[in-house]
Design a protein around this ligand. Structure first.
Ligand code: NAD
Length: 321
């Protein structure tokens, strides 16, 4: 089975991430069967998926014929047998809990074909542990999306001890076919790649505020209108390559590297959240939201819609749409 053989996909678990994945598959023309434990959850998923698809029509990425086709290519079921027995790829997005995911995998394996890839959306559980009791653990792997999965291209593929290289290659090719940007973790790492980078930055952001260097609003402004603009188009290594001009990253690190070691000596390396940060962070973010120009959104829902509009424009520049 190659990535091109995948025509029909099962999304097992239809919450925020499961319905987001379903949208990603549908806009690329796949048939998707969606499973959840109760009809009411499926109904919520149907509403979410249709809203997501309408968003793509509004953005001119899908036309009305493609929209209809996507809606007609979606089926919903509370029968796991019906969901997984004739698909080549299963994206599991059930609650983040070993017992739930292990029991679900056992159910899936009763009905799925032995060669079907089973990818878990887990944000941080170990694939070796999820697949501990699996009959065919070689086809179990992690495929961690970034929210919202129907817009963000990154997929972090992770292996368990028994995952086969063939399964990893098939999943990688499949996500490439989907227009995603998969990365393969060569060994298990808590938080994978992107979340580790994100929280490393966030710890310093918290520390700068707590030291009184700047406000929450200004730390966000510095991140967004400085390095953030560049991060939207390239990663930190390539940024440093350009920062070094003709001398490249090696020239930059030779030049400023010794100063950076002094900064590191002064920077945050704590392992526990500062006391009261939960309350303080919310107060600071509320203030930041109130200060935003109203056309960019001031409530969480307005800002999320504005974010999705901005993401589509950026993704068009990346030739993703
Ligand atoms: N929320 C995020 O930002 C995010 C990002 C990346 C990955 N993830 C991961 O995606 C997975 C799902 O997270 P979510 O945010 O969509 O959660 P969610 O609560 O929105 O959705 C979980 C869904 O699983 C269903 N469910 C419950 N028991 C089930 C079972 N036995 N079989 C199948 N489905 C079952 C629930 O009814 C619900 O619809 C988790 O592993 C999470 O770590 C979440």
């Amino acid at each position: 089975m190659d990535a091109t053989d995948i025509k029909k996909i099962a999304c097992v678990g239809s919450g925020l991430i499961g319905s987001g994945w379903a949208t990603s598959f549908l806009i690329k023309g796949y048939s998707v069967v969606i499973y959840d434990v109760k009809e009411e959850f499926l109904e919520n998923a149907r509403v979410r998926i249709n809203q997501n698809l309408e968003f793509f029509v509004k953005k001119g990425i899908l036309d009305t014929r493609q929209f209809e086709q996507a809606v007609n290519s979606t089926s919903y079921t509370t029968s796991i047998q019906e969901a997984v027995s004739d698909v080549w790829f299963i994206q599991e997005s059930a609650p983040e809990n070993y017992e739930v995911k292990q029991a679900l995998l056992a159910e899936i394996e009763k009905y799925a074909q032995p060669s079907t890839i089973i990818a878990s959306s887990t944000s941080g559980l170990l694939i070796s542990e999820i697949a501990k009791f699996a009959q065919y653990p070689q086809r179990c792997l992690g495929a961690h999306p970034y929210n919202p999965p129907f817009l963000i291209p990154l997929v972090e593929i992770s292996k368990g001890e028994k995952t086969s290289e063939t399964s990893i290659r098939k999943a990688y090719e499949f996500f490439r076919t989907l227009g995603k940007e998969p990365v393969i973790l060569q060994k298990e790492a808590l938080g994978f790649i992107a979340n580790r980078l994100q929280v490393a930055l966030y710890r310093e952001a918290v520390d700068l505020v707590n030291r009184g260097v700047c406000s929450i609003e200004d730390v966000d402004k510095a991140a967004c209108f400085g390095p953030g603009l560049r991060f939207g188009i390239m990663g930190p290594n390539l940024i440093f390559q350009l920062g070094g001009g003709a001398h490249g990253i090696s020239g930059l690190l030779t030049h400023v590297g010794p100063s950076v070691e002094n900064w590191w000596a002064d920077m945050a390396d704590w392992k526990k959240w500062p006391e009261n940060w939960i309350v303080q962070s919310q107060e600071g973010v509320n203030q930041e939201m109130a200060n935003r120009p109203s056309q960019f959104g001031q409530t969480t829902a307005e800002i999320a819609a504005w974010r999705d509009d901005m993401l589509v424009e950026l993704l068009k520049l990346h030739k993703k749409f």
